[in-house]
Design a protein around this ligand. Structure first.
Ligand code: ATP
Ligand code: MG
Ligand code: MG
Length: 554
C-alpha cells in the first residue's frame, strides 16, 4: 500500500536523511487532543503522518495529547482509536498518552528551574498578558523573574502539593521579554488546575502547557518529524528552545503545513461540540457532520477518504477545498463497486390491468455494468408495481418523456406499459393510483416491432417490496464559508433542509438481507448505505451517501 510521496515535507525528510540528521530513521506521530471526535481535517493529518512513515519505512505513533483535563473525556479517546484504525493507519504497539509523561515533564521543569531557566510567577493571568507587550512593544519583566533557584524549587514543589489556589501562581520559562516573537516572552509552562484527569485521577493539580509538553513528548518518543498545522509556525523557536535548553537526545524537527478547510461545513471542535450539544445534529456521528464517524455512517469508505487526502495534497498556505471533491471521491469509488438496485422513494401505485392476477415473473438484471464480475440477479414482477411519483405527470410539459396519460414507457428490464387511467382522491385531487396496460411482446424491455419509447423508469413490485426509511442529506451549511460569518452566530447559517426523512420507501426484495454499512446504487437516485446505528431487520434505514450528479469541476 506504499504510495509515492512528493511534497515539501518529503523533501525536508530526504535532506535530513542525506545529512544523517536522524540516521536513517523516520518517525512520525498523530497527536490528537481527546476533546472531541476526529474530523476530515484530522484525516488529512493522519494520512500525511502515516503515509510518510510507510513511504520511508519508518514508524508511526498514535499519541493522545491529554495534558488539559478540563475538556477531555474517555469517550473521545475511544472514538479516536476506532476512527484512526478504521482509516487504516497502523500504530502497531505504539499507542501513547502524554499524561504518561507527567512525571518526566515535572522533572524537566525542575531541571529548568535549577538551570535558572524557569521561575514561579505570581502575576495574575491579566497581568501576565499586560506585561507581555505587543508586536510593536517589548514586554516588561515580571517582578518575580529574579526569584532564587531555591525559592522557585520550594514554590514549585508547593504548587505541585496543592498549597496554592488555581490562578495564583504559574511556572514560566525565563527566555526574553524583548523577543520579537511573543511566544518567547517567558511563556507559561505549568498552571494550577484542581481538576481530575481521566487517566491520572487526582494525582496532579498542576498541568503542563501544550508548548512545553509537545516538544518533550515528541523527543521522548524519538519522533524525527513533528508535523503540525501552520498556526504553530511561530511556536517553533520555543519548541526548539525546550529541546536545546534541556539538551534532550532526540531533537525532533517541527514542520508546519496548511490545515484543511472544507466548504459548507465547520471544522473547529468548539463549533462541532456546539452543534452536538445544542441539538442541531443527532450526535457526533450524524451523517451530516464532517467527523470521521459521521462520514462512515454516511457511507464513506476509508479508501475514499484516503483518496481525497491524497488529491488535496499538502501545502504551505491555507485554502478552502470544495466539498464537491470529497463527494467526487466516494462517488467514483461507488460507481465502480456498488451494486445497482431498484428503490422507489416516493411511491405511486401502478396497476397493470391486463396482467394476470397471480402471476409473478422474474427478470434477470445486471448488478453493475461497470463490473462484469458483479454478475446478475433476479427481480420479481407482478400486476401492481410502484414507480416514483415524479415519473408520472398528468399534464406533461413538452419535453417530459416519462409516464403520462396515453403515453408508453419502459419499466426497466421488464415491459412497456401504457397509461390508460388515473384514480384520484375525490376531495383532495391527490393521485392515488395509475392504471396501465402492458405489452406482453415487450418482455425484457424491448418490443419486437422495433417500437421506441423515450422513457425508462425504475419500479418495485408491490407485493415483494421491502419497506424502508430513507434519509436524504444535503450540506449542513447553506453558505460555502460559515466560518467567515461575523454578523451573528454561525448556527444561523445551518441549512434547514440538510436532512429529509422519507418514511415508506419501497425497495426491491433482495435488500432485506442488506447489513449495516452495505452500500448500493439506487438506480437513477444516488448511492445509499444501510444506517449503522438506527437500521434494524424489521425497520431498515438507508442513508443517501451522495447523489449521482457530479458537481466537481476543475
Ligand atoms: P481544534 O483547534 O478544533 O481543537 P486541534 O487542531 O486542536 O483542533 P487536535 O486534536 O489537537 O485538534 O489535532 C490533532 C492533530 O490534527 C494536530 O496535529 C493538528 O494539527 C491536526 N489537525 C487538526 N485539524 C486539522 C485540519 N483541519 N487540517 C489538517 N490537520 C488538522
Ligand atoms: Mg485543540
Ligand atoms: Mg491541538
Amino acid at each position: 500500500k506504499k504510495e509515492k510521496i512528493s511534497n515539501f515535507i518529503q523533501d525536508i525528510i530526504d535532506k535530513d536523511t542525506e545529512e544523517n540528521r536522524y540516521g536513517k530513521r523516520v518517525h512520525t506521530r498523530f497527536p490528537p487532543e481527546p476533546n472531541g471526535y476526529l474530523h476530515i481535517g484530522h484525516a488529512k493529518s493522519i494520512c500525511l503522518n502515516y503515509g510518510i512513515a510507510v513511504y520511508n519505512n519508518g514508524k508511526f505513533n498514535l499519541r493522545f495529547d491529554d495534558t488539559n483535563p478540563s475538556k477531555e473525556e474517555v469517550e473521545y479517546v475511544e472514538s479516536i482509536i476506532e476512527d484512526v484504525k478504521w482509516l487504516g493507519a497502523d500504530w502497531e504497539d505504539r499507542l501513547y498518552y502524554a499524561s504518561d509523561y507527567f512525571d518526566r515533564f515535572y522533572e524537566c521543569a525542575v531541571q529548568l528551574i535549577k538551570m535558572g531557566k524557569a521561575y514561579v510567577c505570581d502575576l495574575s493571568p491579566e497581568e501576565i498578558r499586560e506585561y507581555r507587550g505587543t508586536l510593536t512593544e517589548p514586554g516588561k519583566n515580571s517582578p518575580y523573574r529574579d526569584r532564587s533557584v531555591e525559592e522557585n524549587l520550594d514554590l514549585f514543589t508547593r504548587m505541585k502539593n496543592g498549597e496554592f489556589e488555581e490562578g495564583s501562581k504559574v511556572l514560566r520559562a525565563k527566555i526574553d521579554m524583548a523577543s520579537p516573537n511573543l511566544n518567547m516572552r517567558d511563556p507559561v509552562i505549568y498552571r494550577i488546575m484542581k481538576v481530575e484527569h481521566h487517566r491520572t485521577g487526582n494525582k496532579w493539580c498542576i498541568y503542563p502547557m501544550y508548548d512545553f509538553a509537545h516538544p518533550l513528548s515528541d523527543s521522548f518518543e524519538g519522533i524525527t518529524h513533528s508535523i503540525c498545522t501552520l498556526e504553530f509556525e511561530d511556536h517553533r523557536p520555543l519548541y526548539n528552545w525546550f529541546l536545546e535548553t534541556l539538551d534532550l537526545e532526540c531533537k525532533s524537527r517541527q514542520i508546519e503545513f496548511a490545515r484543511l478547510n472544507l466548504t459548507h461545513t465547520v471544522m473547529s471542535k468548539r463549533k462541532l461540540l456546539r452543534l452536538v450539544k445544542e441539538g442541531y445534529v443527532n450526535g457526533w456521528d450524524d451523517p451530516r457532520m464532517p467527523t470521521i464517524s459521521g462520514l462512515r455512517r454516511r457511507g464513506y469508505t476509508p479508501s475514499s477518504i484516503r483518496e481525497f487526502c491524497s488529491r488535496i495534497g499538502v501545502a504551505k498556505n491555507n485554502s478552502m477545498v470544495d466539498i464537491a471533491l470529497l463527494e467526487h471521491c466516494i462517488r467514483e469509488e461507488l460507481n465502480a463497486k456498488a451494486k445497482r438496485v431498484m428503490a422507489v422513494l416516493d411511491p405511486l401505485k401502478v396497476v397493470i390491468d391486463n396482467y394476470p392476477e397471480d402471476l409473478v415473473e422474474e427478470f434477470e438484471v445486471t448488478n453493475n455494468p461497470e463490473d462484469p464480475e458483479a454478475g446478475k440477479r433476479k427481480v420479481p414482477f407482478s400486476k401492481v408495481v410502484y414507480i416514483e411519483r415524479d415519473d408520472f405527470c398528468e399534464n406533461p410539459p413538452k419535453k417530459y418523456f416519462r409516464l403520462a396519460p396515453g403515453r408508453e414507457v419502459r419499466l426497466m428490464g421488464a415491459y412497456f406499459i401504457k397509461c390508460t387511467d388515473v384514480v384520484k382522491d375525490e376531495n383532495t385531487g391527490e393521485i392515488l393510483e395509475v392504471h396501465c396496460t402492458y405489452d406482453p411482446e415487450s418482455r425484457g424491455g424491448n418490443s419486437p416491432d422495433g417500437r421506441k419509447v423515450r422513457g425508462t423508469i425504475h419500479w418495485v413490485s408491490e407485493k415483494h417490496a421491502v419497506e424502508a426509511e430513507v434519509r436524504l442529506y444535503d450540506h449542513l451549511f447553506s453558505v460555502p464559508d460559515p466560518d467567515s460569518y461575523k454578523d451573528g452566530d454561525f448556527t444561523d447559517l445551518i441549512n434547514p433542509d440538510s436532512l429529509k426523512v422519507l418514511k415508506s420507501c419501497k425497495l426491491e426484495p433482495g435488500l432485506k438481507d442488506a447489513k449495516p454499512g452495505d452500500m448500493f446504487q439506487f438506480i437513477r437516485l444516488g448511492y445509499f448505505c444501510v444506517d449503522r446505528v438506527d437500521s434494524t431487520e424489521d425497520a431498515p434505514v438507508f442513508n443517501r451517501t451522495v447523489s449521482l450528479k457530479d458537481t466537481w469541476s476543475k
